[in-house]
Design a protein around this ligand. Structure first.
Ligand code: SF4
Ligand code: SF4
Length: 484
């Protein structure tokens, strides 16, 4: 934990808690900064514009590529439609995402935090706006030290207005995933959206503004559990942003190091310029070693590489490396990298297994289904001719965007048994025909009769089977036929 942000020590040493120091990250240019801009553009582009992507599913289904239709109780992702009964696919996706995070962590530490985490992406965007309005590190520090003036007020005001606009756009974009996006945009701006919609936009505006604009690195350092979990999951072979002490130490100013070199004394490549620290969005001095506060964004690498280029030394004094190599370098041994090891192979194997299983179940799933609920009271009815009647509530599910007709059979009873769908006249022989609308469910009360004289046990296993007359798709459900 950073000494300048949290108190500690023995009683009487000072206050238990101190206010966090404001961090003024300096703009840097380089390879990792470019990667981060690229990731920011792609991820935010997807987030803000995906709701407007259309996908033709036919006349009876919505045409939004990604849609969570709460009212219709469906989720749509391009050609995939998920019903409430299939919510386990979302669970599977979450498991897959967690496993991917574990694998990424085993290979390259907290790369998720540094490049892909929404907190990082939006904070980067908010910092870009801040830098654009208030200037780079020095200008911002100077502005904050100045007393309030019209000039300062204008700069701060413009910054906060732009932050709020982005935060509102962020909150608004989230809502668009839950309804037809173009219609919702019109409704939002003309005051026709529901109160709940405005409440959600307001909540998400507030969280984006406060987390990315005001709290920034404190979310990563104090609020997020991942650094602690990650620390327990990592090993000495994982790549992390590392200061190469064997090359950097002993450190000192450029002049001092040149003087030491001339005298034949050991002189490291680090010229103690603090550019790595100034570039860091979480205020970490990477030269102190790997720390929980470091989100592995690589910006200190870019900052140091720029310095190294200026002073004519090889780049890479700070770079992605492993704890193992840090120890090896200290012993004068060459670095080695071990990407394929038990933990990465295990994670990759589980990901392939879970992913393949999900893909298989998704591609082979049925588009018709049936649920049966036996009457509880009475469980059976004795008829005047000695026969027995059982009643069921049968729910037919048609997951295709077209109307379908299903033939209902009840198997497991003698041929003399008769099936009747209440209020439904259509049948083939004694098997009712049930028509279900496109992408709909239909509940039908079904009565099953056995005539007098049939000697049946107290409970007989029966199978309700539905068959689509056109495509032959089937679905079954098991229940009992009771006589006592
Ligand atoms: S930027 Fe490089 S040279 Fe400057 S202090 Fe950091 S590690 Fe040393
Ligand atoms: S120490 Fe370097 S990698 Fe870590 S958060 Fe700071 S700038 Fe990013």
């Amino acid at each position: 934990m950073r000494a300048d942000t949290a108190g500690g020590g023995a009683a009487g040493d000072g206050p238990m808690y101190v206010a966090a120091k404001k961090i003024y990250p300096q703009a840097v240019q380089g390879r990792f900064r470019r990667i981060k801009w690229g990731v920011l553009a792609v991820t935010l582009g997807i987030y803000y514009f995906l709701p407007f992507v259309r996908w033709d599913r036919g006349a009876n289904a919505p045409n939004q590529a990604l849609l969570i239709d709460m009212e219709g109780r469906r989720a749509y992702f391009f050609s995939i439609e998920i019903w409430p009964q299939e919510v386990y696919y979302l669970t599977g996706l979450l498991i897959l995402a967690s496993l991917m995070l574990f694998l990424i962590n085993a290979v390259a530490g907290r790369i998720w935090c540094g490049y892909l985490c929404p907190q990082t992406v939006w904070t980067d965007l908010f910092m870009l706006i801040e830098r654009w309005i208030e200037g780079d590190r020095r200008e911002r520090m100077k502005l904050d030290q100045q007393p309030m003036s019209a000039h300062k007020l204008a700069k701060k005001g413009i910054k906060h207005v732009l932050w709020l606009a982005i935060a509102m756009w962020t909150g608004g974009a989230w809502i668009l995933y839950f309804g037809d996006a173009p219609t919702m945009v019109v409704n939002l701006f003309t005051g026709q959206a529901s109160l709940l919609t405005y409440v959600f936009v307001a909540i998400l505006t507030f969280t984006t503004y406060s987390l990315a604009g005001m709290m920034r690195e404190q979310v990563c350092i104090y609020m997020c559990p991942w650094p602690r979990i990650q620390a327990a999951l990592t090993d000495e072979w994982a790549l992390n942003v590392t200061y190469k002490t064997d090359r950097g130490e002993p450190r000192g100013s450029l002049k001092e190091m040149q003087k030491r070199a001339q005298q034949g004394l050991p002189a490291g490549d680090c010229i103690d310029c603090y550019q790595c620290l100034h570039a860091c969005p979480t205020g970490v001095d990477i030269r102190d070693g790997l720390q929980l506060d470091c989100i592995q964004c690589g910006l200190c690498i870019d900052a140091c590489d720029t310095v190294m280029q200026k002073i004519g030394r090889p780049t890479g004094l700070i770079g992605y490396d492993t704890d193992m190599n840090l120890a090896r370098r200290a012993e004068g041994k060459p670095p080695i990298y071990k990407l394929i090891r038990a933990r990465t192979v295990l994670y990759a194997a589980i990901i392939v297994f879970v992913g393949s299983f999900m893909l298989y179940t998704l591609t082979s799933r049925s588009f018709a289904d049936i649920n049966v609920l036996h009457d509880r009271n009475p469980v059976f009815v004795k008829l005047s001719d000695g026969g027995v009647r059982n009643g069921y509530t049968v729910r037919f599910l048609n997951k295709r965007p077209i109307e379908r007709t299903f033939l209902l059979r009840v198997e497991g009873l003698p041929d003399t048994a008769r099936v009747e769908a209440v209020g439904n006249a259509e049948a083939v022989g004694s098997n009712p025909l049930i028509t279900v609308g496109p992408d709909r469910t239909r509940e039908v009360r079904v009565l099953v009769f056995t005539p007098g004289g049939e000697a049946l046990p107290a409970s007989t296993d029966v199978t309700f089977q539905i068959v689509d007359l056109k495509d032959g798709e089937r679905a079954t459900a098991s229940d009992k036929f009771m006589t006592e």
